[in-house]
Design a protein around this ligand. Sequence first.
Ligand code: F6R
Length: 637
Amino acid sequence: MCGIVGYIGNKAAKDILLNGLKSLEYRGYDSAGIALLDEGRINVIKSQGKIASLESKINQLQNVTSTSSNKPEKEFNSILQERLVNAINKSNCGIGHTRWATHGKPSDINSHPHLNTAGNIALVHNGIIKNFYEIKRELEEDGVEFISETDTEVVVKFYSKFKDQGLSDIDAFRKVLQRLDGSYAFALINADSQKIILAKNQSPLVIGIGDNENFIASDSATVLEHTEKVIKLKDLQIAELSANDVKLFDLDGNTVKLEVHHMHQVSSVAEKGPYKHFLLKEIHEQPAVISKMLLDAYSVATEPIACFNNLDFKFSQIDKISFVACGSAYHAALVGKYLIELWAKIPVEVNIASEFCSFPVLHGKNNLVIGISQSGETADTIAAIKSAQSAGAKIMAITNKQDSAIFDLAKPNTYVTPAGIEVSVASTKAFTSQVLALYLLAIKAAEDKGLDLIDIKDELHKLPLVIDQVIERADDYHAPFLKYANYRDFLFLSRGVNYPIALEGALKLKELSYIHATGYPSGEMKHGPIAILDQNVPVLSIAIDGASELEHNVYKKTLSNAEEARARMSPSLVIACDSNRDVENIFDEIIRIPNISQFFSPIIATIPLQFLAYYIAEHLGKDVDQPRNLAKSVTVE
Ligand code: F6R
């Protein structure tokens, strides 16, 4: 993760860097820092915590110097501070970083930018260098000392060694990169040259070309604030930026032709509107997203699904589907497996993306591997897709970001969920849009195989109304859920198509409130987890009936398993439909959702669980939109 920015031109770099960092804060918020080049010196300001604390440190520095007139204050305003303030006010070249800690705890010292020993080279980094200990040991043998626990400090000091040998900026960087094993997006400034040097491998990095100014950032939305001319750096490329020039090289030092894309600026600014948190706003946006997706897919049930017309294959050619995804996207994939096997009769396996590459890859051209990713940048999912691709599988992507690595890898077999920007780190509307995309995909796959699903399509079109109704009940959920705010452990149970929703409910509660919560298939509880149950561990079940024998059996067994939990004195909650009377004698707390049959209930059952997590987190005073230790885009494996 981590986000990096850079600017070189004739404007005040500090403002551009800080604004860029704010738009990259979704990539990590453990600490932030900037390095500014001014009068042949590098000036670094960094701070543990969010960009706001870096900004207030900068403001404090400016205020102290500009208002100081008496002696003690003058003493306080050391030369260093005066230089810093000059750089803050005047520098028009700098780099910045917002950190998600990998090596070394969040602290000022471990914050980026990192400097070489002489303090004349500064580096920011997004990624992980796997062999940094080895290089660190070698440098230590040469007498180099380290002050941080980071891999990045090793890289800047390694680079410095080659510069000391008289190599040019690019040649020194090539030497470094040739030795590194890992992922990186780097940006470096050197006090001796008015330039920014960049390189990338596996982590994203783009250059924005302006008029006598150039920009860099970890995503294109950030540079699109300034220019629509964008170069997407490719893996193992090095770039050298001055205010009016961009040069590109490969690792052998050969010049590479620039490919400039003209991208349209889409507003990347999301407002909270009347909502207290982005998460709450995004929960409320779900009815509109679901309606739009269904309207784009088909207007009457007799029409074939239209939203996958770009695919270059038919599902009738596919022998097996494998999903690769992480976190909430993995839960969506589990719903997808159920639906595709139920309706399209194609065998499906679901893989946690980070595990996919740890197993032997057995894929051929009739295997379809589908990556699901809100951000389109998740390193684990990218690695899984690439490994399936190199084993000859057909690739498809479901992502919320058109301009993303996963979208590019899977072209033309892509589906972009129209959830819009999701600011809150915990996924809500992106998750439910992934689930709906998989309903549509299952129907499309069945249609490709000549199966008739008109009744199912009719049923699916009722979802927008039901999702509106469930969101209207938000206030009704508040008091019952808050009764459970002080428990430390939770179990979430369900079976069949709602088992993944139990996983998702547990994940939401964990991420937002830091309460330990685990999702299990209801039937699995008796095989071990039941041992932890007592009056201190609430068990929440999702119990939705349906007309088919399969649905009804699942429902009945879910209730039996809930009884087993209740017999162990666990406080019991259930998500159940309005007309369900069976639950009344079993559960302490009944959370009602509008009537819906089990097969179509996952999206609807998700909504109260989002509110459960939100209300408890808010009540406990947690940082709802940016929970600790998380990042919205997870770009390290
Ligand atoms: C949970 C959440 C994460 C993501 C996971 C995958 O609320 O947001 O679990 O689902 O990190 O991210 P993407 O979908 O961007 O690949």
